[in-house]
Ligand binder design. Structure first.
Ligand code: NDP
Ligand SMILES: O=C1OC[C@@H](O)[C@H](O)[C@H]1O
Length: 370
């Protein structure tokens, strides 16, 4: 199975009947041919919710016209469905660990929403559970799989902009905090609320792509991580966070920020080299265009030429990561080579360090592994 004429079909179980799960399902249902993908395809076979009535209604609404989709009133039933190959976890951050562990122990492959876990210790434990059960595990870091991300990576690697020096990235959004209750996932510390865990993965994915993955960096973690947080008095979670990463091996730095009280700046991502810049407009989770600026000579800052590149595709952009999961599982891989587990671990180590420096501890009992 999986030749050009017969695509490998991955059968998905969706755990958590919330917002992002519905967005992901919509992209799973899109014909892969619309993005020139012929070797893999996707089928949603079951929905798992904590409530059976909700699960049925959600299945009927999000997978219309397919009465065969199972609707389960517990996550346990979902992960034990033999027709499910891979489980997508769409629950709040601090529930990812238990949900993913449940699925892995049922010997299901897992794609888990970002941020992978509450802390790095939880992720190390999940990686061990995945290994014990010989199943695939990946964080749903969808931005890394957008065609634009690979194109930017190629420009960095090809080297015509000279040495990379600084990366500035910001993802912000006005969550209208006055209109949402303290129990909303973005405000509730029990759900890992705040800007860093929710939005921080996006500035960080660009730093990982450009600096950590840089061929001269040889996947060396940053030598120095430094962070500060502004916290909301409402619940104590971070409303804005700024963090910096020093990649000593390539003498380059990332300056990253995120906020839940203001919109993103524009441009929201600038990668600065000795001989030019890469400039990306907001939102950095799904940019559809970017510009390469070339300097008259190295270090001048005098822009003599600009090249704009556009990337259009059908759907929301969450399907590219699904294609990667399907290909990995088809090929018997236990992790992705593109968004590998070391990158997710680096992310969680950085978030732990920034939270520790800024004094953001989760309420007792939230972290399942410490
Ligand atoms: N990749 C992306 O673009 C995005 C990713 N996300 C990520 O997805 C995750 C979920 O976010 P989102 O979909 O917005 O959240 P929602 O609140 O819309 O959905 C979360 C779902 O999780 C289930 N759940 C289980 N336990 C709890 C609990 N204690 N409190 C609330 N819900 C619970 C519920 O499903 P049920 O009742 O059916 O059991 C709920 O519907 C987050 O980790 C977030 O970071 C979010 C938005 C965009
Ligand atoms: O992943 C995400 O991307 C978009 C944001 O609006 C959302 O809160 C976040 O979870």
């Amino acid at each position: 199975m999986g030749s050009d004429s017969t695509p490998f079909v991955l059968r998905w179980g969706i755990l958590g009947a919330g917002h992002i799960s519905s967005v992901f399902i919509k992209d799973l249902l899109l014909d892969p041919k619309t993005r020139d993908v012929l070797d893999v395809a996707h089928k949603v076979v079951a929905i798992g919710s904590r409530d059976a009535t909700k699960a049925r209604e959600y299945a009927d609404r999000t997978v219309p016209g397919d009465k065969d989709v199972k609707a389960y009133g517990s996550y346990e039933e979902l992960v034990n469905d033999e027709a499910v190959d891979a489980v997508y976890i769409g629950t709040p951050h601090t529930h990812h660990y238990n949900c993913a562990a449940l699925a892995l122990r049922a010997k299901k492959h897992v794609l888990c929403e970002k941020p992978f876990t509450s802390n790095a210790a939880e992720l190390r434990s999940l990686i061990a559970i995945a290994k014990e059960n010989n199943v695939f595990l990946m964080e749903a870091m969808w931005t890394r799989f957008l065609p634009i991300a690979e194109d930017i990576k190629n420009v960095i690697t090809e080297g015509s902009l000279g040495d990379i020096k600084v990366l500035h990235a910001d993802l912000a959004g006005d969550f209208n905090l006055d209109a949402i209750p303290d129990t909303h996932r973005i405000l509730d510390p029990k759900l890992g609320g705040g800007a860093l865990l929710d939005l921080g993965p996006y500035p960080l994915v660009w730093a990982i792509l450009a600096l950590y993955e840089h061929k001269r960096n040889e996947n060396t973690p940053p030598a120095l991580i430094s962070g500060t947080m502004l916290k909301t008095p409402r619940t104590g979670v971070d409303s804005s966070t700024v963090f910096t990463l020093n990649f000593d091996k390539i003498e380059a730095q990332a300056i990253l920020s995120c906020s839940i009280t203001i919109p993103s700046p524009n441009p929201a991502l600038t990668i600065r080299f000795r001989s030019g810049n890469i400039v990306v407009p907001a939102p950095i989770y799904r940019p559809s265009t970017y510009t390469i600026q070339y300097f008259s000579k190295p270090g001048s800052g005098d822009i003599i030429r600009e090249e704009k590149r556009n990337f259009k595709f059908e759907g929301g952009g969450w399907h590219f990561q699904a294609d990667e999961v399907a290909r990995c599982i088809r090929d018997g891989k236990l992790e992705s080579g593109v968004w590998s587990l070391d990158k997710s671990l680096l992310q969680m180590d950085i978030f732990d360090e920034v939270r520790s420096q800024a004094g953001y501890a989760f309420p007792h009992g939230v972290e399942q592994v410490v």
